[in-house]
Write a protein that binds this ligand. Structure first.
Ligand SMILES: NC(=O)c1ccc[n+]([C@@H]2O[C@H](COP(=O)([O-])OP(=O)(O)OC[C@H]3O[C@@H](n4cnc5c(N)ncnc54)[C@H](OP(=O)(O)O)[C@@H]3O)[C@@H](O)[C@H]2O)c1
Length: 301
């Protein structure tokens, strides 16, 4: 039976009647309820309620969400947006004082001290999620750091590169793998990776950061492909320059028109999930994403 759907996720249709559907053109109406299940009705001919329907559409409320690096910047704006939408949100980070300040601003947040760059800390976080939040269905790999490194100036700052790779790349790989068994138990689930426009057009002053973000893009493609037969969707959000601690030191007033607020980025992330748009360059990152050669010269003058 020809069937067209704008949903990109699984669409499972079970026939309610033992009779075969005869070859005809049917106008159908699909009614999906808030739990993500629904029914198919015939508008023309045939008895009503043709099929039972199971549609796995991501919802933006009623989820249990872990946001790494959620006490500040984009992560915190997203945590607040998700709480407002009626989700249970757990945030983690290294600095207890930042987590407590976030909780003071938004008492509904659950907080966990965790250094995602360390294996033991990740394992403890995953164990605590499984025990305390077994309904976890969205992981947001957001924690990130950015450090300058100049290959022409020797190896003095090389240790910072290891920390950047551990935080920006190793942590999302391990957390995704460790939390997948829990995510796969849920009726709908997602991994949301925060990459960067600089993963598409590098800013040479922060070369390792850009390389980790390019790797996050590549990882998101493979993960999405490998999980395409599961109920876990993989999103990649590509922010532009955002007014946060991370980019603070390198932001210049002349770049103001390109700088986005964390709240605006959070809105785009929610919209991406709601509309099941899996790869989303945001704001000025569209240029970095689409016009790489031209933008490389422009940002590396
Ligand atoms: N700002 C931008 O211009 C921009 C542009 C594109 C993409 N992004 C990406 O957006 C994400 C969020 O960054 P942001 O801009 O919102 O900066 P931010 O305010 O500095 O947020 C980064 C968060 O990550 C946490 N974090 C860092 N290392 C961690 C670790 N080892 N373990 C656990 N948490 C850690 C930090 O908390 P603690 O220090 O307390 O651990 C902080 O809360 C990052 O992945 C970043 O690369 C940012």
């Amino acid at each position: 039976m020809p069937f067209q759907s704008h949903f990109q996720t699984d669409l499972v249709i079970k026939c309610c009647s033992p009779h075969r559907v005869f070859p005809t053109i049917l106008l159908i109406e699909i009614v999906i309820n808030s739990s993500g299940t629904g029914q198919v009705f015939s508008i023309t001919g045939c008895p009503r309620r043709l099929f039972e329907l199971e549609v796995h559409v991501m919802k933006v409320s009623g989820n249990t969400i872990l946001i790494t690096g959620g006490a500040t910047g984009i992560g915190f704006a997203l945590a607040e947006a998700f709480v407002d939408l009626g989700n249970k949100v757990v945030i983690c980070g290294r600095r207890r004082n930042k987590l407590l300040a976030a909780k003071k601003k938004n008492p509904q947040l659950e907080i966990r001290v965790c250094d995602v760059s360390r294996s033991a800390s990740r394992t403890a976080l995953v164990r605590s999620m499984a025990q305390r939040f077994p309904s976890l269905n969205i992981l947001v790999n957001n924690a990130g750091i950015q450090r300058p490194f100049d290959f022409s100036k020797g190896t003095r700052d090389l240790h910072q590169a290891d920390q950047e790779i551990a935080t920006n790349l190793v942590a999302p790989i391990h957390l995704s793998a460790l939390l997948l068994p829990l995510l796969r138990k849920q009726s709908q689930a997602a991994i949301v990776n925060i990459s960067s426009g600089l993963g598409f057009t590098p800013l040479a002053a922060v070369p390792v950061y850009c390389a980790t973000k390019a790797a996050i893009h590549s990882l998101s493609l493979s993960l999405r492909h490998q999980l395409s037969n599961t109920r876990v969707c993989v999103f990649e959000i590509v922010p532009p320059m955002v007014a946060t601690e991370l980019a603070g030191r390198r932001q210049r007033p002349e770049e103001d028109e390109y700088i986005m607020s964390s709240d605006a980025v959070a809105k785009e992330i929610v919209r991406a999930i709601e509309t099941e748009t899996y790869e989303v360059p945001v704001g000025a990152a569209v240029n970095l994403y689409e016009k790489r050669d031209q933008m490389f010269s422009a940002i590396n003058e």
